[in-house]
Write a protein that binds this ligand. Structure first.
Ligand code: F6P
Length: 360
């Protein structure tokens, strides 16, 4: 096991609350406890591709304000797979060797990569190809990295969505409206289900449970006849139309962007129930702002655990939260296990027990 003098840290993929708290924790532990240098790599792997590599020295006396700061001071990107990097002329090029060279040019002994399943898969491939000493930390508001019970950013996203629901109840009730709240989460309905239960939604639609709109109309009408003349519907962005199509747009870089199922449902509900409907799309508010105390704890715990793994020479590992503690697992195993909502799981049973309509 070689002596560690300098490590790098990068954030990759979509940002979320809690990333800066990890950067702070890694700096405190690596610099303060082990006496290493920590280089923050800017804009995910793109910082290692640049010449000179784009980095910032992370100093222990400067990182404390990061605990509560949203986003990532290092910057990030969810585009530009280095193995097929898009060039201005529309072609793609493999730029993996430039990244590997960037790591060695900086004299890094190890790298902490904070990302979701996609980013961690890319970082692992780079590490295998170039002999990089990689440790992974899971983050994603979608909470779909299966091996860990929690990923950084999820709890904050659920808090934000729940707070929105708390507010929407009052305005919906005042106007006797049906408000459809569209939340993020990609293919996984975790945000919708968690926030929907915590925020007292009356209908929750998630990609994992096929729905029939007749059931939704009936539920809303039943509430109307009981004198509860408003309803809150939470829908996950990857819920399909009744005919099974995803509602999405093509983004400016050709990427598929989910969004619009809320508007689709609002039109259907208005037409079939006569209720006045409104749509609230929470979008990127779910990723922004100060992290929840739980995310700060997770970020701090994962940051320290990742540094300890490096100190022990344990690489190609990801830190995870399991059974009330942090354990490490091989990254390959961690990203293999993509976790959506279990339709027979506790939270689905809870929603049913509360009389929430899940559309089936
Ligand atoms: O994976 C995180 C996530 O926020 C998803 O929930 C959402 O579908 C997507 O990223 C949005 O990505 P972008 O920031 O590119 O719009």
């Amino acid at each position: 096991m070689g002596e560690i003098k300098r490590i790098g840290i990068l954030t990759s993929g979509g940002d979320c609350a809690g990333l800066n708290a990890v950067i702070r924790a890694v700096t405190h532990c690596a610099v303060g406890i082990y006496g290493w240098e920590v280089l923050g790599i800017c804009k995910a792997t793109q910082g290692l591709m640049s010449r000179p590599p784009q980095v910032m020295f992370l100093e222990i006396n400067k990182v404390d304000p990061l605990l509560t700061m949203g986003g990532t001071v290092l910057g990030t990107t969810n585009k530009g797979d280095p193995f097929a990097f898009p060039l201005p002329d529309g072609t793609v090029r493999d730029r993996s060797e430039e990244i590997i060279e960037g790591y060695h040019k900086l004299g890094l002994n190890a790298l902490i990569g904070i990302g979701g399943d996609g980013s961690l898969a890319i970082l692992r491939r780079l590490a295998q190809q170039g002999g990089l000493n990689l440790v992974g930390i899971p983050k994603t508001i979608d909470n779909d990295v299966g091996i860990t019970e929690r990923s950084i950013g999820f709890d904050t996203a659920v808090n934000i969505a729940t707070e929105a629901l708390d507010r929407l109840h009052f305005t919906a009730a005042s106007h006797n409206r049906v408000i459809i709240v569209e939340v993020m989460g990609r293919d996984a309905g975790h945000i919708a289900l968690n926030a929907g239960i915590a925020g007292g939604a009356h209908v929750i639609l998630i990609p994992e449970i096929p729905y029939n709109l007749e059931n939704v109309y009936r539920h809303i009408q039943k509430r109307q006849t009981r004198g509860q003349d408003y309803s809150i519907v939470v829908v996950s962005e990857a819920v399909c139309t009744e005919s099974g199509e995803l509602v999405q747009q093509t983004g400016q870089f050709g990427e598929c962007r989910l969004g619009g199922i809320g508007q689709y449902l609002a039109e259907k509900v208005a037409a079939h129930t006569g209720a006045e409907t409104r749509v609230t799309v929470l979008g990127h508010t779910q990723r922004g702002g100060t992290s929840s105390p739980l995310d700060r704890l997770l970020a701090s715990t994962f940051g320290v655990a990742a540094v300890d793994l490096i100190a022990q020479g344990k690489y190609d590992q990801m830190v995870t939260w399991q059974n009330r503690q942090v354990v490490s697992v091989p990254i390959a195993e961690a990203i293999e296990d993509y976790r959506v909502v279990d339709p027979r799981g506790t939270l689905v049973k809870t929603a049913r027990g509360l009389g929430i309509c899940l559309g089936d």
